[in-house]
Design a protein around this ligand. Structure first.
Ligand SMILES: *Cc1c(COP(=O)(O)O)cnc(C)c1O
Length: 396
């Protein structure tokens, strides 16, 4: 077999979407899917949201791309809104999550470099983390499936157990630059860090002048019911990577930092050809218009509670299959007792899109604009599929 024109690095499913409308996707033959995957936590506003679509259309016809060599009224305006809405004082725009994490890593290292401590260049990272697919971001994990065959990896990362404060503190030495973590792990299996862990990391960062770097590429941007997940903990990071939902489907990421943390990021230290171009900024502004309101975030919280409650009620009826529900807001995971990937495939064949994650978890990541009726439809269809799956398994 010759290699496929699309480099065959994905086990692509038979779902071949060509059109989307709200919470539904449609395949080439008109097959209809209930999309509770959202392109892996990207399509916050569902598909074809009129405000986002119009903003992109208008901007595409006005000015799509220039260069970061020129002034950016569009970038300044969007960065100002993000600064006003968060812990941050400054923003670097990227095209993806991995690039936002790369910028976060570089910012943390440059902080210590600028203070005359270039030896403080090691970030402590955590088991089951996912930070992207670039060389630095795969070097920041201990997941063999991401790293296999790509040696030599980059030095400067020490991996310890997630949510284990004692191990994290014990790993700090004179070379430590800070900590890099997802406050709610996504790919690793929808695991929110404990309050004690996050507070403990913040405390040691304050005491030893280290950088607390949050990767909120998946859990941020309204998905937990707060604008960013750190707000749940009452703890602010020094640096934060955002992406996925921030563009609502348009490729966009951002690295946010405090003035102090960005001390080393002076003219010439970093850059990107596309990052923050006018088209991306228009998409970002449109998504933020919708997401960053108290009413919308309350809606996410309410839908999250409804969905979680309905899933928790369903679990005892299928206790051979499901163990528990975890997560925050609309980043939910169902811990399974059987292979979650096989069940995700089974659901997909029945027109329901979800995503599997580590630790045998089925990820439920609906668009944040879902309504009660979608929650009901999802849980009813999930429950029916689970019943049939159990019958099929018993027969096999
Ligand atoms: C998806 C993801 C990334 C990588 O984002 P890309 O846009 O694929 O580069 C990084 N960190 C986390 C937590 C993610 O979920």
């Amino acid at each position: 077999m010759p290699i496929t024109p699309l480099m065959p690095v994905y086990p692509r499913s038979p779902v071949r979407p060509v059109r989307g409308e709200g919470v539904y996707l449609y395949g080439e033959q008109g097959e209809k899917y209930l999309d509770f995957a959202s392109g892996i936590a990207v399509n916050l506003l569902g598909h074809g949201h009129p405000h986002l679509t119009k903003a992109i259309q208008d901007q595409a016809a006005t000015l799509m791309h220039v260069s970061n060599l020129y002034g950016s009224p569009q970038g300044e305006a969007f960065a100002q809104r993000l600064v006003d809405a968060t812990f941050a004082d400054t923003v670097f725009f990227t095209n993806s999550g991995a690039e936002a994490v790369e910028c976060a890593i570089k910012t943390a290292r440059r902080y210590h470099h600028a203070k005359g401590n270039p030896h403080k260049n090691v970030l402590i990272t955590f088991t089951n983390a996912f930070h992207g697919r670039t060389m630095a971001t795969i070097s920041a994990t201990n997941q063999e499936k991401l790293r296999d065959g790509f040696a030599p990896l980059l030095p400067g990362f020490t991996v310890v157990e997630f949510d284990n404060l004692e191990q994290a503190l014990a790993a700090v030495d004179d070379h430590t630059a800070g900590f890099l973590l997802e406050p709610v792990q996504g790919e690793g299996g929808i695991r929110p860090a404990s309050q004690e862990f996050i507070s403990g990391l913040r405390k040691v960062c304050d005491e030893r002048d280290l950088m607390l770097v949050f990767d909120e590429v998946q859990c941020g941007y309204g998905r937990t019911g707060k604008f960013f997940a750190y707000e749940h903990y009452g703890v602010e990071p020094d640096i934060l990577a955002s992406a996925k939902g921030i563009g609502g489907g348009f490729p966009l990421g951002a690295c946010l930092a405090t003035e102090k943390a960005a001390a080393g990021m002076v003219v010439g230290t970093h850059g990107s050809t596309y990052g923050g171009n006018p088209l991306a900024m228009a998409a970002g502004q449109a998504v933020m218009d919708v997401v960053h309101t108290p009413e919308f975030l309350d809606h996410v919280t309410r839908m999250g509670e409804r969905l979680r409650g309905a899933l928790e009620q369903m679990i005892p009826n299928h206790d051979h299959l499901f163990e528990s529900v975890r997560g925050l807001g609309l980043i939910l995971g169902i811990k399974m007792k059987t292979d979650s990937r096989a069940f995700v495939t089974y659901l997909r064949d029945r027109g329901i899109l979800t995503v599997s994650a580590g630790d045998n978890v089925l990820r439920v990541l609906p668009p944040l604009v879902i309504e009660d009726a979608h929650v009901t439809e999802f849980v009813e269809r999930l429950s029916e599929a689970a019943r049939q799956y159990e019958v099929a398994q018993a027969a096999a």
